[in-house]
Design a protein around this ligand. Sequence first.
Ligand code: F6R
Length: 363
Amino acid sequence: DKAGHKHFMAKEIAEQPRVIGEALRHYLGAEGTDIALPDEIDFTKLDRLTMVACGTAFYACLTAKYWFEQIAGMPVEVDVASEFRYREPPISDRTAALFVSQSGETADTLAALRYCQGKADQILSVVNVPESSIARESDVALPILAGVEIGVASTKAFTCQLTVLLLLALEAAKQRGRMTPERLADLTSHMRALPTVLNAALDEDAAMQACATGLAEAQDVLFLGRGLMYPLALEGALKLKEISYIHAEAYASGELKHGPIALIDRNVPVVVFAPRDSLFEKSVSNMQEVMAREGKVLLISDAAGAKDAAADAWKTITMPAIDPVLAPIVYAIPAQLLAYHTAVAKGTDVDQPRNLAKSVTVE
Ligand code: F6R
């Protein structure tokens, strides 16, 4: 049942305020800063976290690396499961291995989990299907509570993964004495406001649809981001190529001049995720490098950022202002809706893109 939407993907994008609200109620409750996690999760005895996943779930892990390192001071390694499993990486017994998977059945991720059994201190997983193989073979499986996801392109599972991973990072920061009670209270109250903020982001749908008309004519699209926006740029490019079949690549903005800038001309739209945070000025100078080569910049920022930088941009999408820590969850909405509307404009099969399967149970 698409609940009045044209596609399951549109329905699942629209569901995000509600399902994230439910995940927050489950893990955070209505007030206070206590995070409801099983007692076995003890970040004080760990030296590092190793996170492994595929595709969109991998980009959730990459985002979480920034969170764990910046918020909890915890070293994190992240890898795609297909590389990790055959690389035979040494795993110390002061490592927790964390696997992220919507389906809980991805063959490479499951094999990577089995590789870590008996080596890591603990096997954790963040899954949408609690009865799945990955959940069953973990020491602790944390549900993301996204509900059934039908669209092949992952949307609500991604933002629910991010929500649970951020809560885990906050718990790690708390246990390791890395965060003041005030900052923790601040961040948890910002998290409780996420459903409202996400609804405001969804309200920008018409602007995203208008931008998508332009993207639909492109052969190639580049996505740029810095810091927490870099993994999101990767996710935006993946969404676009999956469902619209437009060639899309993402780079860390600072990498632009190390090669990809050679691709820029007037035919290449460049989507820049740049909230007005501490890295904003750097992103603006990357935007200027693109525009100096006639590249078309689609800026996704907040009102403050749009005011400072939108003048020269080809198009601008304005997101609600948000604490920079939470930006990946909010900026996921334009990443998803740009891809969605571009695919709709091109007339592709949004929910069942060619060559893709919802659950990849073979390598
Ligand atoms: C992208 C997408 C895939 C999955 C990947 C992992 O939209 O859906 O990249 O994220 O196949 O799947 P799970 O999370 O089920 O392990």
